[in-house]
Design a binder for this molecule. Structure first.
Ligand SMILES: [Zn+2]
Length: 234
């Protein structure tokens, strides 16, 4: 799947889970702003498993620097679609985030928020020429404004940020299960899981049917979770 599709799927999964998070794991209602920001952060998290891809959204973020990071991750994790495309990675992302928030509190929350917003802006963009300096500068500016806004108006972000990370990365690995090669969900056990609905990345089914449906679903579910959460939880 394309980075754009993964990001949309992350927003969709967070929006779908948002009405249930308060009673299941967070212990307090999510504010409407938290639902909407959470969907964006989850969209950013949904491109993270492709840290092992030399030409993905993460790799292309800052040219040679991020490409080197991604090549290193690929080398350490066994290549593209290995360790970072497993439930172990999803769990580690959530646990690492929780530990980071506990240790460094809002400094960690702000740093991760900035990184995820930057990834979301890059992945969700609709314009094609995404690697030029002005485009990068715009994305960095938008992510910085978003982070400052979250810091000012949503001080409780650290309490649910690990779940945005888990839901986004989970959306990615499940999404890759819809493609050829699937994903080794139970890594280090090597079996790959796949139900092939997308036989070629960026094909018509992905771009003309799946992404528009997921986008519409994300908007409807995020709006419902933000403004009428009991409509889904009863
Ligand atoms: Zn992937």
């Amino acid at each position: 799947m394309m980075g754009h599709s993964h990001a949309v799927s992350g927003a969709l999964v967070f929006s779908a889970a948002a009405p249930f998070l308060p009673s299941l794991v967070i212990g307090r209602p999510l504010q409407p702003g938290e639902v909407l920001v959470g969907a964006l952060l989850s969209a950013g998290a949904a491109v993270l498993p492709d840290l092992d891809h030399h030409d993905g959204t993460v790799a292309n973020l800052f040219g040679p620097i991020t490409r080197l990071v991604c090549r290193t991750v690929a080398r350490l994790s066994g290549g593209h679609r290995h360790a970072t495309h497993s439930l172990v990675f999803v769990a580690l992302a959530g646990a690492g985030c929780r530990a980071g928030v506990a240790r460094w509190e809002r400094g960690f929350t702000d740093g991760l928020t900035f990184a995820l917003l930057l990834l979301a802006v890059q992945a969700l963009r609709s314009h094609p020429s995404g690697h030029r300096a002005p485009v990068r500068a715009t994305a960095v500016g938008l992510a910085a404004i978003g982070t400052a806004s979250v810091h000012t108006w949503l001080p409780g972000t650290g309490t649910w940020l690990p779940y945005a990370l888990v839901l986004g990365t989970l959306a990615h690995v499940l999404g890759d299960c819809l493609t050829r090669r699937g994903a080794p969900l139970l890594w280090p056990y090597g079996r790959r899981f796949e139900i092939v609905l997308i036989d070629r990345t960026g094909n018509r089914f992905e771009t003309r049917i799946l992404v528009p449906l997921m986008t519409a679903g994300a908007f409807v579910l995020a709006w419902t979770a933000a403004f009428a959460p009991t409509a889904l939880t009863g």
